[in-house]
Ligand binder design. Sequence first.
Ligand SMILES: C[S@@+](CC[C@H](N)C(=O)[O-])C[C@H]1O[C@@H](n2cnc3c(N)ncnc32)[C@H](O)[C@@H]1O
Length: 377
Amino acid sequence: MVALLWKLEPATAAKHRLYKRYLDAWWPIMLQPNHTGYRRPRVTYVDAFAGPGRYEDGEDGSPVFAIERLLTHSAVGRMNLSRDRVTMLFIERDTARWRYLRELVVSRFGPLERLPVRVEIRNADAGVDTEGMLTELDAWRAPILAVFDSWGNVNVPYDLVRRIAGVRSSEVITTFGPNWFSRRETLNTDLLDVVFGGRSFWQPADREQRPDERWRTWLDTYRSALARAGFAFQLQFEVVPHTGQPLYLVFGTGSEKGVEVMKDAMWNVDGDGGMSFRDPRTRGGVPDGQLDLFAEIQQTDELTELLTQRLHEGRATVHELGGWLLCETARWRRTHARAAVTAMRDAGLVALTPHGRITKQALVELHPSRRARRDPR
Ligand SMILES: C[S@@+](CC[C@H](N)C(=O)[O-])C[C@H]1O[C@@H](n2cnc3c(N)ncnc32)[C@H](O)[C@@H]1O
């Protein structure tokens, strides 16, 4: 029998810190008039794998802290909360957990019908029922933030994600537990077709045999699915707790602002309680074929590694590198480009045109000797 409540794992606690920061920033932005291009902003927040709202040792689950942080937000006075502007939908399939969650929310916040925002707690299946519930709640005409936080079996249909991506200013956050990648063999192929939008999209990932690369490949495959679904920007990263198993998160958004807000949240909690975020592109400091290069610099940090990978594809201005860091890497921001280029120039890794001051338009390329080393001819 599955337990009603379970212990809060360090990776989940780390993810919760990130969600809290993200939501704290997201609500006032989304409810600000005109920000999203909607004259009278309305939003729907969906936690489709809600859980019982509480962990074994009393910590709050995601539905409880999401409601609490909205209702006690420091900007609550400016957000004009109302039941027709804000809907929070929580879906839990397990009936005992759903019942527990409903009772807990009522005991913490009072009767749902008296709350200043609409809170729906449904006993249903996230994969099958989310779309219909969003229709019933008239959610498709305004931004939706959907969190798909299942354990092992992400069964969220691609068509649902695509429909959400089609609503301006909407976003999704999908998490994968480490078991998802190792237990992949036991997952039903028809279900994978539904999640990735067709067999041809996930089969190449399934052919990856190297155990260390499997999770990277599957994560990348999911990231591509979000891109195909219509999210202009996607971030994928590993949430590394101070102890225990990591978990993996893929975020899709239509706006650069969304990426910035997520990265701000990451920087705000990075290091908290020993947690960190890792870019799946990096393999502990040294990309293939570049051992000699990295052996020579003192700090083989992730940022240098990523920029080197990018510059192997061709030269770019400092400004372009900033945009690439923001939109293509898991946690680096625009502002990191200039400092990184300065350090790489000082270490003799890159050359700049023109020489001298590093401006936005300065062209950066790998030092010719470094480029030659990667090319075995
Ligand atoms: C990882 S837990 C959620 C944790 C919660 N979001 C939090 O952060 O506190 C996943 C939950 O999803 C529920 N669940 C599993 N499959 C589901 C489905 N198809 N639809 C809805 N809920 C489901 C499980 O019963 C479990 O309570």
